[in-house]
Structures are given as C-alpha cells and as structure tokens.
Design a protein around this ligand. Structure first.
Ligand code: FES
Length: 215
C-alpha cells in the first residue's frame, strides 16, 4: 500500500523544503514527520520520501539505516532507550536494562508482550552528568533509580506519556520545530602562564626562530 502524509504534515514538509538550499537537506525532518505518522520507516515510506524529495530510494535508505532513531521495523507505542555507555554503566545502567527486560518480558531490541514498550540500548546520549538516564520517545529521564523508573513507566501506562513528561522528564533543551537554540559563542581566555615557564620559554626561544649552526 502506498504511503502519503496527512495534509497538515504534508504542509509542514513544504515548509521544511523552503528552509534549505536543496531538497536533500530536508530529508531528515521529512522522515521524522513520516515516522511520527506511521510509527516506523517502512519500504512504502522510503518510496514516498524519495518521490517527495526527488531522491533515489537508495539515498533515502542510506540515511534511514545510518540514524538509529529511525525505526526500520514496527515498534511499540513508546520506545525506551537505555544509555549503556561508561558514565551510565558506572551508575547502574546494566541494572536498569535488566529491570526493564524483566518488566517488559523482552530483551533489548524487542517489544513488550502488550505492545506498549520497545526496549533499545543506546550509546552515550550526552547527559552523562545526570547518569544513569533513559530516553523515552523524544524526552530524557535522568538521575534514575529502579523505583523512579517504575514510577515513570506506571505513569505512562496509567495516565499517558504527557503526564510522565510533565512530572518526570528533563526540561527539553530544544523545540523540534524551531531547531536547536543557539548559544552565544564566548571567547575563552588563554590559560595563565607561570613566571618560571615564561622565563624558560624566553630563554630557550623556539626551534623556528633559533639560528642553526650552519647559518
Ligand atoms: S554515558 Fe550515558 S549519557 Fe553519556
């Protein structure tokens, strides 16, 4: 069956196309719209994106298979990513993964028997200072212990994802429609040099300005 975006999402795709100098550059946000609607990037979605942006299906597939956040098979209602890189691992990420595997009844890479959650392992999600953490759908939940994790999942099951976001998620650092917030660049002062080091440098000169014996 062919895939098509809903009219409102199709209009959003048109907007994205005006933001970039080439259609190819709009591929990521357009695929994101497709996944939001379809739940995963099926072969029909790849055909759609290729037609919509005038790209080859191979080019679209290359992007889809490169980025792990694009699902290449159906997933549960929510996707839980457990960070398993060093900082999180040192702070209990293995126990978190095992706890989730027990609760969901599936291994990482699988989906819970009730179809509610898919479990994935992730490489560092750049929240190491708040380890251990998980990402659920597009939001972060940090400084976790097993009790807190269960409270978050119970809330999702009982009251829905929005309730969990409101009560437990880290404040979003970006607005998906506006793009990342720009942080003003700050000039970094050079590190202080001790008087001894400065004197030593002056005394020895550098290899480029010191005359060689042949000169
Ligand atoms: S190691 Fe988990 S967020 Fe960096």
């Amino acid at each position: 069956m062919t895939f098509a975006l809903t009219p409102d999402r199709d209009q959003k795709a048109d907007e994205y196309l005006t933001r970039y100098p080439s259609a190819r550059a709009a591929l990521l946000p357009v695929l994101w719209l497709c996944q939001e609607q379809n739940g995963w990037i099926s072969p029909e979605v790849i055909d759609f994106a290729a037609r919509r942006l005038d790209l080859s299906t191979a080019a679209v597939k290359g992007v889809v298979t490169f980025y792990t956040m694009f699902h290449q098979a159906p997933v549960g209602d929510h996707v839980v990513w457990v960070c398993r890189t060093l900082s999180c691992d040192l702070r209990g990420a293995k126990a978190i993964q095992e706890h989730l595997e027990g609760r969901f009844g599936c291994h990482a890479g699988g989906t819970s028997t009730n179809g509610k959650f898919s479990l994935r392992k992730a490489e560092c999600l750049a929240a190491c200072g708040q380890a251990p953490m998980v990402q659920i759908d597009d939001r972060y939940y940090e400084n976790l212990d097993l009790g807190q994790l269960d409270r978050i999942l119970d809330t999702i099951e009982r009251d829905g994802i929005e309730a969990a976001v409101e009560r437990f998620a880290t404040e979003a650092s970006f607005d998906p429609d506006a793009g990342p917030k720009a942080r003003p660049l700050q000039s970094v002062p050079p590190p202080p040099v001790s008087k001894e080091a400065a004197d030593a440098a002056q005394g020895s000169g550098t290899s480029t300005d010191k005359p060689t014996e042949d000169e």
